[in-house]
Design a binder for this molecule. Structure first.
Ligand code: NDP
Ligand code: 8X3
Length: 254
């Protein structure tokens, strides 16, 4: 058994949360990392912290042409991507479907589903040609377990789960691995974004309990990516110990 040591990792959503932690984890192990997100200032800070092995790329994953152009113009020695980590994504709102903002739903679908497939489709052909590679995408427990207000967000994460499994079928025999990492509550900027910047509401989500950290998730991504090449972790589902399942709801007459 020899572990896999990725040379180049392409991380979306690298400006915050899981993506930033994944960038730090792989950089600490000596990998080159292409760090992509919309906020150039954050990416610049990360590159300044980690040095020239991190290439910041300002990118909105919803822009299909920009994604293709960014991947096609990667400079040496970043051009051959060994691991793609699809972390860019978001939840917007926690209200019921019947009053949800359709623009929020559209942004979640455009980012979590369409952006993820644009990045994957741009990078996977090179992996197949080289006979090695790994696509690791951030799903969520929200893609498996429904909860009130999860509506379109949970739907996007169910897409990520099934897309990952189907991708694995298509990549059969190519040597390219596929993993879907599906976390529960982790304290990042996720809830601040979900509640439109309301930090008080976001902090309340994690009050009195110990959520997972971005570092916890980065470690699971790194573990899957560095297993020997003959091992494919299909799905990793992980939750804070303090989070579990609720009973079914029953609407009773009277
Ligand atoms: P953060 O809000 O901390 O990070 C989200 C990242 O996504 C940011 O770097 C943001 O960068 C990037 N992003 C959002 N929209 C775009 C876009 N259009 N183009 C490029 N980048 C974009 O949240 P997390 O790190 O927690 O979330 C990462 C992933 O993990 C998401 O897919 C989320 O759904 C998932 N997840 C999170 C959980 C949690 O509890 N935290 C649990 C389960 C899954 P920028 O704004 O600079 O573009
Ligand atoms: C985010 C995790 O539990 O807040 O995907 O839905 S949860």
């Amino acid at each position: 058994m020899t572990s896999t040591q990725p040379g180049t990792v392409f991380v979306t959503g690298a400006s915050s949360g899981f993506g930033a932690a994944v960038t730090r984890r792989f950089a600490a192990a000596g990998a080159r990392v292409v760090a992509a997100a919309r906020r150039a200032d954050r990416l610049g800070d990360l590159a300044a912290e980690l040095g020239p092995q991190v290439l910041p790329v300002t990118l909105d994953v919803r822009d299909r042409e920009a994604v293709a152009a960014a991947v096609a113009s990667l400079p040496e020695p970043f051009a051959e991507v060994d691991v793609l980590v699809n972390s860019a994504g978001l939840a917007l709102g926690l209200g019921p479907a019947q009053t949800a903002d359709l623009d929020d739903w559209e942004q979640m679908i455009d980012t979590n589903c369409k952006g993820l497939v644009y990045c994957t489709r741009a990078i996977v052909p090179g992996m197949v040609a080289r006979g090695r590679g790994h696509v690791i995408s951030l799903g969520s427990v929200a893609g498996t377990y429904p909860y009130p207000g999860g509506n379109a967000y949970g739907g996007t994460k169910a897409f990520v789960h099934q897309f990952s499994l189907n991708l694995r079928s298509d990549l059969h025999g190519t040597g390219v691995r596929v993993t879907c990492v599906e976390p529960g509550m982790a304290d990042t900027e996720f809830s601040t974004v979900r509640f439109g910047g309301d930090k008080t509401k976001a902090d309340a989500v994690y009050a009195g309990m110990q959520p997972m950290t971005a570092g916890d998730i980065a470690e699971s991504v790194y573990w899957a990516a560095t297993l020997p090449p003959h091992v494919n972790v299909n799905v990793i589902e992980l939750m804070a110990t303090a989070q579990s399942f609720a009973p079914f709801q029953v609407a009773r007459a009277g």
